[in-house]
Design a protein around this ligand. Structure first.
Ligand code: GBH
Length: 445
């Protein structure tokens, strides 16, 4: 446990409940255990974190932290090794036992159904999220999870950050399945299929889990116009449309953002039946992963389509001199410490979408240079403590001054974990995980 951090968290008495978050692929390990099938991330590298065996220690860490909510994800290939067909009884049992342990510890489980780890079989069979064939397979998986766990688990997220797995996975080859498509058609189709799969899942959820609450965890940086000019201000709004609105607008308004519709030739139309369905069953809360901000300026001569990271006809100063004025740079090169950006993002989503509840489904930081530190230096958490001091204050201000109905705030992450394409080089845990030579939670030593 990182002592200073734990004290800070438990000392705060904010007007919202605390939670901590993780995802299956990032912490479970055990890729070949318990009948799990391969996922699209397996070949990039297995997570050396071993919650598949050490989950009792995770529950114990949460008890010590005093958090009352845990957001974790189910591994689709652990539930359905081939993605579809018969569920894997051992996988079902693993999550069922874990849920019971959480409830016994007084911790409310929040399940994310899809946090990037597609069964490899479905990528191989039809190209994963680029194909409409994913929709019934996802719906069957979701239905099985609702039936197995919905009696005990009332808070659900259908997806985590679809923009990242659609665009980084199917256009720019940064994340699995590492496909490149300069035209971007597959990423836009992925986006449509995510919305369709979400609608199918929510329809089942309403029948199977009455009284449950469901949403989708979206993410965006907060967009600051580089200047106060009208074109830069509009460019910043376009950034939000393209990063957040492409999911949030269909979910809450049943329509693509107009700025996107006008600019993206590859954008599939939103079928009227889907729009009607989304309208009829809006999310029960707005879930937002909020980390950082960036400066945006208008890119007058952008030509269109998804290319060179310029999906939005604007360009950021990502990692550039301007962004440095936001605040300190964390270990990840995109994460500048900028609490005010989270406050503005929270105010923006509550004003634009008027949700009954807002949930910060992820917020956290990696400590500069930490992966290279040995114990006990890695346990000194001054940077992270300062980060949370600022962001918690920003969240409190959003509630008190901007009337944001923020009810839950999840820290990313409970544990150091496998940070996707960065593997173990970035450490977001408020509980340290020692990975060499043995995987063991540091505080257990
Ligand atoms: C979340 O991703 C994930 O849900 C989680 O799994 C991950 O471990 C955690 O945060 C920490 O990274 O190109 O300028 O838009 C957030 C990942 C970070 C991915 C920002 C896109 C790109 C910045 N996102 N990143 S930018």
């Amino acid at each position: 446990m990182r002592g200073a951090q734990a004290r800070h968290l438990s000392a705060a008495t904010p007007p919202f409940e605390w939670g901590v978050a993780t995802s299956a692929y990032q912490i479970e390990g055990g890729n070949d255990r318990g009948g799990r099938g391969p996922s699209i991330w397996d070949s990039w590298g297995p997570s050396p974190v071993n919650s598949y065996e050490l989950w009792r220690a995770d529950v114990q860490a949460m008890r010590e932290l005093g958090v009352k909510n845990y957001r974790f994800s189910i591994s689709w290939p652990r539930m359905f090794p081939m993605g579809a067909g018969a569920p894997n009884a051992e996988g079902v049992r693993f999550y069922s036992t874990f849920i019971d342990a959480l409830l016994e510890a007084g911790i409310t489980p929040w399940i994310t159904l899809y946090h990037f780890d597609l069964p490899q079989a479905l990528q191989d069979a039809y190209g994963g999220w680029a194909s409409a064939r994913i929709v019934p397979d996802y719906a069957a998986y979701a239905e099985a999870a609702f039936r197995q766990f919905g009696g005990r688990v009332k808070r659900w997220l259908t997806f985590n950050e679809p923009k990242n797995f659609c665009f980084l996975g199917y256009a720019t080859a940064v994340m699995a399945p590492f496909l490149k498509d300069a035209g971007g058609a597959d990423a836009w189709h992925c986006t449509l299929h995510v919305l369709q799969a979400h609608a199918e899942a929510v329809a089942r959820f309403r029948r199977i889990v009455p009284g449950g609450k469901i949403s989708m965890a979206l993410d965006s940086m907060w967009a600051l116009p580089r200047s106060s000019s009208a074109v830069d201000t509009e460019a910043a709004q376009r950034y939000l449309d393209f990063k957040l609105g492409i999911y949030a607008d269909p979910l809450w308004f049943g329509a693509w953002p107009a700025s996107v519709e006008q600019r993206i030739a590859a954008l599939p139309p939103l079928p009227p039946a889907l729009a009607a369905r989304l309208n009829a069953s809006q999310p029960d809360f707005f879930a937002i992963n909020a980390y950082s901000s960036l400066y945006i300026y208008d890119q007058a001569n952008a030509t269109g389509g998804y290319g060179e990271g310029r999906v939005d006809f604007s360009e950021s100063y990502h990692g550039g001199a301007n962004n440095a004025t936001l605040g300190a740079l964390a270990d990840s090169d995109w994460l500048y410490v900028h609490p005010d950006g989270m406050r503005r993002l929270l105010a923006y989503v509550s004003k634009r979408y008027s949700p009954a509840e807002v949930v910060v489904s992820e917020n956290g930081v990696d400590d500069p240079g930490e992966a290279a530190l040995g114990l006990p230096d890695a346990l000194r958490d001054d940077f992270r403590t300062e980060f949370f001091r600022g962001y918690v204050q920003a969240a409190e201000d959003a509630v008190a001054q901007d009337a944001v109905p923020l009810r839950y705030y999840f820290v990313w992450s409970l544990l150091d974990n496998f940070e996707w394409q960065m593997r173990m080089t970035k450490r977001f845990g408020i509980v340290c995980v020692k990975t060499m030579p043995d995987v063991i939670a540091c505080h257990l030593k």
